[in-house]
Ligand binder design. Structure first.
Ligand code: MN
Length: 231
């Protein structure tokens, strides 16, 4: 096989305790999946789950113990943080039932669904796609993936984000409206999941803006924390 130019490298994420990396296929995101966040966005938190996507190469990998760099994106004056539990799919499938969903999970990571909130709000008002608000370059920072067997009680884990050392978001994964298994059931009814898919499962309340020079540090108990500076 030859190509007219060199193909882009495979996007991948390190795996805790292993030399091999997790190759990324797609990035799915769940909208408004914590009730208090849905309310702060002006909704009730009682809707069916809905999804949007980011390109796989929107990933910014931050290794354990490192402080990553998050480039402030163009066209926005309101860049928001959304700390999220990320589910890494190891076994694909369509129409996966919630009762079978955990067998499809390779592991978990801490991620940020960075959002150009001003552009997203403009698109919402006009009934247009969210891509420019959600799917921009470097919009999906992520830490190393912990294999499911070593991740502890992710379903009930505390989740938090601090900016410059001060709490912005603090909740628990137990507050998800649509839990991990239900999310996989709904998502796999709409798309055939593939090994390498990542699911950003939604953010709790407390989203807000960051500016250049801010340091974000977020975590989900039992997983490698994520730390970045906005540049
Ligand atoms: Mn989100």
């Amino acid at each position: 096989m030859s190509y007219v130019f060199s193909p882009a490298p495979v996007v991948s994420v390190p795996v805790v305790g292993r030399g091999e990396r997790f190759p990324v296929h797609r990035i799915y995101c769940v909208g408004r999946n914590y009730e208090e966040h849905a309310k702060e966005m002006g909704f009730t938190g009682r809707e069916p789950p809905f999804f949007f996507m980011k390109p796989a190469d929107a990933i910014v990998v931050v290794n354990a113990g490192e402080t990553g760099q998050l480039p402030y994106p163009s066209l926005t004056a309101n860049l928001h943080h959304e700390i999220e539990l990320v589910v890494a799919i190891g076994k694909g499938g369509k129409n996966i039932q919630a009762a079978d969903a955990l067998a499809h999970i390779y592991g978990y990571a801490v991620g940020l669904d960075m959002t150009r909130r001003d552009l997203q709000n403009d698109m919402k008002k006009q009934g247009r796609p969210w891509c420019i608000g959600k799917g921009f370059d470097a919009s999906a920072p992520i830490g190393p993936i912990t294999p499911a067997a070593q991740a502890g009680d992710v379903v009930n884990a505390p989740i938090w984000l601090q900016v410059n050392g001060a709490d912005r978001q603090r909740s628990t994964v137990a507050q998800l409206i649509w839990n991990i298994a239900e999310t996989i059931e709904h998502l796999s009814a709409a798309w055939e999941l593939q090994p390498g898919d990542l699911i950003y499962t939604g953010t709790p309340e407390g989203v807000g803006a960051v500016v250049r020079g801010d340091t974000l540090e977020g975590g989900v108990e039992g997983l490698t924390p994520l730390r970045l500076t906005v540049v």
